[in-house]
Design a protein around this ligand. Sequence first.
Ligand code: ATP
Ligand code: MG
Ligand code: MG
Ligand code: MG
Length: 440
Amino acid sequence: MRLSRYFLPVLKETPAEAQIASHRLMLRAGMIKQASAGIYSWLPLGLKVMRRIEAIVHEEQARAGHVPILMPTLQSSDLWRETGRYDAFGEEMLRITDRGGREMLYTPTAEELVTDIFRANVSSYRDLPLTLYQIQWKFRDEIRPRFGVMRGREFLMKDGYNFDLTEADAMHAYNRHLVSYLRTYERMGLQAIPMRADSGAIGGDNTHEFLVLAETGESEVFYDSAVTELTFGDREIDYDDMAQCQGVLEEFTTRYARTDETHDQAKFEAQVPEERRRSARGIEVGQIFYFGTKYSEPMGATVQGPDGKPVPVHMGSHGIGVSRLVGAIIEASHDEKGIIWPEGVTPFHAGIVNLRQGDPSTDSACEGIYKQLAVEGLEALYDDRAERAGAKFATMDLIGLPWRITVGPRGLANGKIELTSRRTGESEEMAPEAAIARLK
Ligand code: ATP
Ligand code: MG
Ligand code: MG
Ligand code: MG
């Protein structure tokens, strides 16, 4: 993409309404524009990052054997009356009346909707296990939308739902989700720690939240510092192997790590040596639940079991805060100059800064690098504007691409450009081909 033809409305001033770094930086980098309280338009740079996050989520869900669907944002209240949640959900649910006077709502979570799809189409235990998921907009009329996309009213969520014959099978689905989420967050350059949590409006007693430690997080958490040393890495995993998935769950959840709702000070002190006890703030980027037959029973979602008798299916639901993650990643990875994108989610692989726009040999060197990167499957953002070098550097630092290729007549006289790492700030002079090879 050539910056002269892109739409990157960066702000020079720090917006007064933004209280935390990620919100400030998303506004300054021209990633989002508030439409109304807690509701945002996604501008090109923000959308690109969110699409990369979605792609990782889809890839990891596919790996775990989960099947994508897409359900509507608007639904009728009928299904919610079957489970009693229409009245129970409270004011976070946005209720809408259509022209025929029918009560509708903007989906805050989709257990009822997906259970209705299941009961209409699946009748035998032979069709299980099944996990359906979507990445779709949700609406919750949050009492205090704040921190930009971190607590929006409209937000993008991956929500998945497993249907299993037995509790043991459903717990396998739970474990499978835990493993796939560990992989998902690590690919985004994040450490998200599974913590025992409270199940809230979804229900059930087995639940873990995934938290990214950050001072600006809204959750208070208590944990054994040993949990921060765990990484999933690139180990092989067979998602059908119950024992293997269970083993990962145990590895990551045996040590004490809880949000404040489930925190137990006596247990904390008994289980964790004093020097490893930590209390901190965290951002909830996902949550998994097992809730058994809470929805299948009232909604009559049964399958014929091996003995021919109908049994209600065991279910769980599993969410990832896709739009919140854009903010959470920035909270975890920025400095005073701007964002520092992890490679896994960066909107462009590299930025090209032309130090003397209009100089024929500098222009053609930049063009050559830009095109060669594209041939290699690497998308660059080429700053081809007639701007001062300082302004171009400031923009690149703000938008946080992992690599900057700086091209000027002085270096080119020796056949060299400069390759700079956004994370370390280190620069190295090299031939253009060497820089391209480095980025591959
Ligand atoms: P929170 O405790 O932050 O209100 P939640 O527990 O109500 O979140 P869940 O029902 O667990 O949310 O939804 C799954 C995920 O969706 C959450 O882990 C979070 O990452 C994301 N999410 C929830 N509410 C919002 C929101 N208002 N804005 C952005 N993302 C959200
Ligand atoms: Mg909430
Ligand atoms: Mg929560
Ligand atoms: Mg939650």
